[in-house]
Write a protein that binds this ligand. Structure first.
Ligand code: ZN
Length: 383
């Protein structure tokens, strides 16, 4: 239930283009009014709630687990300012993906109020390239021309994002079919040349799975998917801003190339995130977290992150990115990608999903639909 009482928040409101002292009136679970007020300059930062559209688990809970795991994941994310999320499956057999889709659909209406709100689900694969499989299980990768559309059909309802490698046989047809069904196709886990990638976007793909990771890159003689993604102003790019997936010195290339409206911060976090060092199985592959790095046990390959979007925003700002831009990349941009317009900005009529941050950008409290929940507080930035 939304908290119906009227309350006034005073702080530094992070708007799209600036930070202003402000007074925000919340009523009926929505933002009723926002006015500039110098008194707010002494208060906490107030940002729209963060939205993670690519997250495999958190707090010891795996998105592909049971309903209790989804509850746990949603609750763990909310403490980090993530008020909405899109749980993500890894490349798996189609029957397992269909079961995941069913489970998320059935669970979503009963998702806990004190957790991040689910907005559909994300499937990473299975029509990707074995050459750029990253930490996806090669045994379950399928050729787009051979994948059974009848088996994909039951997954479409609620499917917000699906990763496809555009250079594979039959991929462009699959991109068109998914786009026609309202799915946001994300190019990734791909060894495409830049022209092949551009064909994928032309066929209807709208976004890019963890830019630079598990894809053909910026090579002056063989430009790849990363070049096509960076030079097309329309398409979105995901960035895992933990400093491990993409070196910080590369971030300015992304920030200069992409319009501010097209950068999407994602965590790509795994279930062990927030639980310290340990091991777990993801899609039949064992991963180990040590000192904030998550790697496959078999070959040491990076296998997702252990951050949440609060750390991603903090890392970007520490690298010199203006706070409004970093916040937008963690809130409005992912929402626009998946077509959710009722939240994501500090404006009257929007859902009152907000994050209260201290000067160090640690999450003090989180507001979801007008109700307050405790924040995670200071958490060490990884790497
Ligand atoms: Zn992922």
């Amino acid at each position: 239930m939304a908290d119906a009482s009227r309350q006034t928040l005073v702080g530094r409101a992070v708007l799209e283009d600036r930070v202003v002292g402000a007074r925000i009136v919340v009523a009926g679970g929505q933002i009723e009014a926002i006015e500039e007020d110098d008194e707010g300059q002494n208060g906490p930062f107030l940002t729209p709630g963060f939205v993670d559209v690519h997250v495999h688990g958190w707090g010891g809970h795996d998105a592909m687990g049971n309903e209790a795991a989804l509850d746990g994941m949603a609750r763990a994310l909310l403490r980090h300012g993530v008020t909405s999320f899109v749980p993500a499956a890894v490349t798996s057999p189609l029957d397992r993906l269909a079961a995941f889709a069913d489970r998320v659909r059935q669970w979503s209406p009963a998702a806990p109020e004190d957790g991040a709100e689910p907005l559909g689900f994300n499937i990473e694969g299975p029509c990707i390239s074995p050459e750029k499989k990253g930490a996806q299980n090669e045994a379950f990768i399928q050729l787009p021309s051979a994948v059974d559309r009848g088996a994909l059909g039951p997954m479409l309802d609620g499917l917000r994002i699906m990763t496809v490698a555009p250079e594979r046989d039959g991929a462009l047809d699959l991109v068109r079919w998914l786009a026609d069904a309202g799915v946001n196709v994300s190019l990734g886990h791909s060894n495409a040349t830049a022209p092949e990638a551009s064909q994928g976007y032309a066929a209807g793909a709208r976004t890019t799975t963890h830019l630079f990771n598990a894809m053909s890159g910026v090579d002056n003689h063989r430009p790849g998917l990363a070049v096509a993604a960076l030079t097309n102003d329309e398409v979105y790019v995901e960035l895992v801003a933990d400093g491990l997936h993409v070196e910080r010195s590369v971030w300015p290339i992304v920030l200069r190339a992409k319009p501010a409206t097209r950068l999407v911060l994602v965590s790509d976090a795994i279930g062990l995130a927030g639980t310290g060092d340990g091991r777990m199985w993801i899609g039949d592959l064992e991963v180990e977290v040590r000192n904030g790095e998550c790697r496959l046990v078999s070959d040491g390959r990076l296998a997702g992150s252990v951050i949440a979007l609060d750390t991603a925003v903090r890392n970007l700002v520490a690298a010199g990115v203006p706070l409004p831009l970093a916040v937008r990349a963690a809130s409005r941009n992912p929402l626009e990608l998946i077509g959710a317009g009722d939240r994501g900005t500090l404006a009257p009529g929007q859902r009152a999903d907000l994050v209260e941050l201290d000067d160090a950008l640690s999450v003090l409290r989180v507001m979801k639909r007008g109700g307050w929940y405790p924040g995670a507080g200071p958490t060490g930035a990884t790497a």
